[in-house]
Design a protein around this ligand. Sequence first.
Ligand SMILES: [Fe+2]
Ligand SMILES: [Fe+2]
Length: 217
Amino acid sequence: MICAGAAAAPALWRLCTGARWPLSAYAKKISIRFCSSRMTLDNINRAAVDRIIRVDHAGEYGADRILAGQMAVLGRTSVGPVIQKMWDQEKAHLKKFSELMVAFRVRPTALMPLWNVMGFALGAGTALLGKEGAMACTVAVEETIAHHYNNQIRMLMEEDPEKYEELLQLIKTIRDEELEHHDTGLYHDAELAPAYTVLKNVIQAGCRAAIYLSERL
Ligand SMILES: [Fe+2]
Ligand SMILES: [Fe+2]
């Protein structure tokens, strides 16, 4: 979803993007060291950065589990290498956010055990519908996650693009790879999955609920 003039109109931007927290609402400011460059970020919005790292770590963990489930069912079929490649990228995404959790001393969501089970079940369950089902799951998840990352990018851009440059670059890079996964799913016949539209809508509702909960718990 594109909102022209978002940076100049925070209220409209939040309305458009569905963002629930203006970053300025969080007054607690600290200095912290960014893990990759070792640069020090002064006066970062600690609560907002905590929330971003926690929910993104949870999302990448969920993606890792989904692809583990898909590989368990379809790993030895013709789409096995396609799924394996996406899985490898999800593992790299998870590693990045795991490193940030350590660097920023952010705790993981309390729902990790749930995302472990549900992610694997979603991946394996859709894969049992055939490769089209697995790809439909990928399309649904990636579309939602790319939208979620775009919301975070807009939020950080509004807060301070220079201060959050490194985090912004990481999220943009990962967002672009999620969009590649989305396109891969479409290329491999996601839309031919049984009850594609219903399946996609149900999975996306689940993803939005998972994001909502992981930001809070
Ligand atoms: Fe990812
Ligand atoms: Fe992905």
